[in-house]
Design a protein around this ligand. Structure first.
Ligand code: FAD
Length: 532
């Protein structure tokens, strides 16, 4: 393999070209830094490689074997990972929400979780910047949280039949609902067309109406001089005797190569980032890199994401339109009278037929198989569905570790341990009850509740205290100052809303910090600065 910067010690190497990696690549290369991005997966062309095929497009996920355990083992794969240029943004649903002020202070406010070392106001300018750059479509007035609109682009219109059904149910119960802010265009933008309601957002958006870093940030990074390499699996972060990162080793077509760099940034997501740090252990860092606290891999969180299906006399047609187009955050903030802390968002969320069949086959009402499944699916057009995005609290006992089994590159496979706590379960019960009420108020008959999770976060959390966190609020490792971590793994708590706007806002903030260091007297690259 030949690449432009093969012989160079570049300014920055970024591991992972997903939500965070794409933003970093664009910002840092546009600032004039020499950037190489390595992604383990392929480089897809939306028009050729995104098919209207639910099963084939499962391949957009990270499909390597991972071992799962705990009392609530996570289902790994399509629903919580991405692989390839664009990462998870290739097939994410596009819901684009901001966290609320309370999300950054759960310990102070509710006595649960942990406080972040930043406030909402630290991210506010970055949320605005990202939303503008990708022309998020949203309502003129968003009723919840610190930002109430308007969004850069008008809300999607029309919504889907499932969204209208949801809004009808909410209205009759006095619950507020609104059109969901989405990273899917409602009008043309930068040569991209508005959404045509094809509905295959989770299979990759063929017409490019839905944002992904594959089509937005990465091309801009390349234009600014970044070198972006696909099918390059990073297997090791190299560190010298002065505890300074010197670059990475990566495997392409079975051959190992080295990319030297003055600064290494890991943006490989919640399982692979800790895996890389743990696997890069050496005599100087026997427990893994950046792990003097012992917290690498710890406190991972999914969102609880139970679905409720109801059957209606009239047709709903869950396949129509973008999957999520209406939501409520009326249950987002803590209300301790409910018997649990924190809260959740409810989305009207469409489903394509295979997704529904797979979902209801695992419903808590008992397995739906064979002839029964066939009969239900014959009535597919009459089903409506709601989904929750529930806050899951961070716990030390939920973690990523290295198993004894190795993959083809000789790296230990990841093991992922997860169990809900009592608070998580009470929150889920509350959300499921409310979803049932809304569906019933809209005229539906409740049929199936399907337990699920989505959106991994945590595992390398940020904090001011090096004894209980891995990185500072800019993603800079407490132990190795020229090693940064910037992806969903640095989340301290999970919030009750979809995370990618926050992943990208954090990445834009980290980029500004690195650019500042590189251009200031701190001298980013000769180790004269400290992470504290
Ligand atoms: C089906 C689905 C629907 C979703 N819907 C929403 C939604 O509606 N709204 C929302 O806010 N969020 C949603 N998400 C979550 C969203 O995709 C993630 O929050 C986001 O992509 C995380 O960004 P990241 O940069 O941390 O990681 P990713 O975007 O996953 O990027 C990580 C990248 O690192 C690469 N990588 C990993 N290990 C290595 C290695 N060793 N060497 C080289 N490269 C490596 C991977 O190939 C990948 O491309 C959804 C996710 C899925 C899967």
């Amino acid at each position: 393999m030949k690449w432009r910067h093969e012989q160079d010690e570049v300014d920055i190497v970024i591991v992972g070209a997903g939500a965070a990696g794409g933003v970093l690549a664009k910002e840092l290369s546009e600032a004039g830094l020499q950037v190489v991005v390595l992604d383990a997966g392929p480089w897809r062309d939306p028009q050729k490689d995104f098919a209207s095929d639910e099963l084939a497009m499962k391949s957009l996920a990270w499909e390597d074997t991972r071992f799962v355990d705990g009392t609530d083992p996570l289902t790994m794969g399509h629903n919580n990972s991405g692989r390839g240029i664009g990462g998870g943004t290739q097939h994410f649903t596009g819901v684009f929400l901001r966290f609320h002020e309370s999300d950054f202070k759960t310990k102070s406010i509710d006595g649960v979780g942990e406080d972040w070392p930043i406030h909402y106001k630290d991210l506010e300018p970055y949320y605005s910047k990202i939303e503008k750059e990708i022309a998020v479509s949203g309502p003129k007035h968003f009723p919840w949280g610190n930002f109430n609109g308007p969004y850069p682009y008008p809300e999607r219109d029309p919504l889907s039949p499932n969204a209208y059904m949801f809004q009808k149910g909410c209205e009759s119960l006095g619950i507020q609902s609104a059109a969901t802010p989405v990273a899917i265009l409602s009008a043309p933008f930068e040569g991209r067309p508005p959404c045509i309601n094809r509905g295959f957002c989770n299979q990759g958006c063929m017409p490019n109406a839905k944002f992904s870093t594959l089509i937005v940030q990465i091309p801009k990074a390349i234009k600014a001089g970044a070198e972006v390499l696909s099918d390059c699996m990073v297997t090791q972060i190299e560190v010298n005797d002065n505890a300074k990162a010197t670059g990475v080793l990566f495997v392409h077509n079975g051959v190992t190569y080295r990319q030297r760099a003055k600064t290494v940034i890991l943006s490989a997501y919640v399982v692979e980032t800790p895996r890389l740090l743990l696997h890069s252990a050496n005599t100087q860092f026997p427990d893994g890199l950046a792990n003097s606290s012992g917290w690498v891999g710890r406190a991972i969180m999914p969102h609880s994401s139970h679905d409720v299906y109801a059957k209606f006399d009239q047709e709903v047609r869950l396949y129509k339109g973008s999957p999520v187009l209406a939501s409520t955050q009326d249950f987002y903030e803590s209300d301790l009278r409910r018997g649990f802390a924190r809260g959740y968002t409810i989305h009207a969320q469409g489903s394509r037929p295979v997704g529904m069949a797979q979902g209801i086959s695992k419903s808590i009402e008992g397995p739906v198989w064979g002839e029964k499944l066939r009969q239900v699916m014959l009535d597919y057009n009459h089903y409506g569905r709601l989904t929750m995005v529930g806050e899951v609290l961070p716990h030390w006992n939920n973690f990523v570790s290295l198993s004894d089994e190795k993959d083809d590159n000789g790296m230990p496979r990841a093991a992922v341990t997860f169990s809900y706590c009592d608070n998580d379960r009470k929150l889920i019960d509350h959300a499921v009850d409310n979803m049932k009420l809304i569906l019933q108020a809209a005229g539906g008959q409740i049929e199936y509740v399907v337990p699920d999770t989505a959106h991994l976060m945590g595992g390398c959390r940020m904090g001011n205290n090096p004894a209980t966190s891995i990185v500072n609020s800019y993603g800079q490792s407490h132990d190795i100052p020229n090693l940064f971590i910037c992806d969903a793994s640095i989340f301290v708590t999970s919030s009750g809303g979809n995370p990618t706007n926050t992943v990208m806002a954090l990445a834009a903030r980290t980029a500004d910090y690195i650019i500042d260091l590189a251009t200031s007297s701190h001298k980013l690259h000769n180790g004269l600065y400290s992470s504290r």
